[in-house]
Design a protein around this ligand. Sequence first.
Ligand code: NG1
Ligand code: ZN
Length: 551
Amino acid sequence: ATVKHAKPRREDDGDRSAPTRFAYGTAGFRTTATALRSTCFRAGAFAAARAMAHGGKTTGMVVTASHNPASDNGVKLVEPSGGTLPMALEGVAEMLANAEDGDAETQVRALREAMATAAPADAASANASARVFVARDTRESGRALADATLAGVHAMGVEAVDRGIATTPQLHYYVYCANVGADDSERAYYDRLSAGYAALTERDEDEDEDDDHGATVVIDCADGVGGVKLSSLGEAVAPYGLAFDLRNRGDEPTSSLNDGVGSDFVQKGKTIPTRGGFENLPAGTRCVSIDGDADRLVYFQTTAAGGVDLVDGDQLAVLIACWMNARVKEAAPYLNDITVGVVQTAYANGASTEFLTRELGAAPACVPTGVKHLHHRAEEFDIGVYFESNGHGTALFSPSASKAIEDATVEALVARDMPAVKALLALTNAQRVINPSVGDAMSGILLVEAILRRTVKAPRLGSFYKDLPSRQTKVVVADRTKIQTFDAERRVAEPEGLQDAIDAIVRASNDARCRAFVRPSGTEDCVRVYVEASEETRVEETTRAIVRAVE
Ligand code: NG1
Ligand code: ZN
């Protein structure tokens, strides 16, 4: 049994007229667009309250349902740091979103009064400088929902700024810039990323120009917002020898957002996009697929048989982390005690976990599904690289690591140790390519392209290790919330007996590399089953048995 669409959680599954119950879920509120208008109004008010609570900062809201169908929509809230909503506040946002329909205005008035009493002295001045940036993806429902959001912000007496159509990571970046006093324009975003790419790929005089033929990458834009935005980024990087061949830009009669195209389709199905002419590309062509709001990416290479060699988030984490680690080692005499760590989820292929453990000398951290968990954990490393297998991810540099890299560069320059200087500059420039607020497909493409171009013996993408066969399956059950997990979702606590059953099934497979887990989805009305093993047939048998145990 499988489900096609993300469905809202319902308080009472038997009664279809019962109010839709919104949960902030793995990635914000998400449901069919028509049900969202008052949620957007309230979420706008909430974003305004956050801007005031921070003493008059800029916060943000993106109207998007990412990789979900075009008829869905959703909202994501952005904190003044450019980061996601703190998990501790999800409950508050949920309360507001689920308040009885019709009294949104009253709710907002109460919220406004509560804000004023909480900090009466500062309230007036906080009000004056507080702002909310609102952006949306290309969904048809976006305009009306952005308007509802802007109205919710206004109702709080806070300035609402319509940032038009933007990718999710762009809006995060704009908010980040606004609060650190940097240029928050769209132009500045492309300038920063492309200048970083240029610096990172710049050749020394003694390097052979002939080696460098520039690069072309074919990009499947999922018929979403990336179509427009990547064309602007493409113009900015073209002078530095990087060419984008953009497909599925959302501007054709046959365009259909995330439908047979995009990173989710390619990664889950391990297949080329169904539109965009990918079947006509020569074998071995380097391609990227992004999703509907351009916050995730997977690479793939076309094969002679018309399939794909998938380079998923796990592979990208390996490429980026190993490259960073090599630069850190080259800078060793000047850069001490800086460690590169990787964060994965239980969905990471076991082969990637083994490879990273060997390469970095420590096992990657494993956290529950959802970027918020990965990002949070990655912040604990000096240089933290995180990716979900489906392509959400980035690399983070701690403030002290950035400082250590700066200091080390000066020392290495004084010592005229040019190999170390080069490595340190690479680490500095990598930070300019990376969107500092959240994982970003556009920024990710530049980073990967730069790494491939800067590596003398460019690794064939995806050649670090061989994935274990794996399978992800959706199961629909009466109440998925009955399943509770622990140990980063790798084990089931409830219902009682289910984990024992899974353990027994895995043991019966007689395969030391067989691994399986079960968890309720945070974005769809289903339970997800993951199985990997050393052979395809083992994976299938094990999956069948576990699905039976779950049903
Ligand atoms: P859920 O539905 O909780 O499994 C899915 C993805 C997450 C993340 C979120 C947000 C899988 C297995 N899960 O979450 O990785 O991307 O959607 O979009 O791919
Ligand atoms: Zn997305």
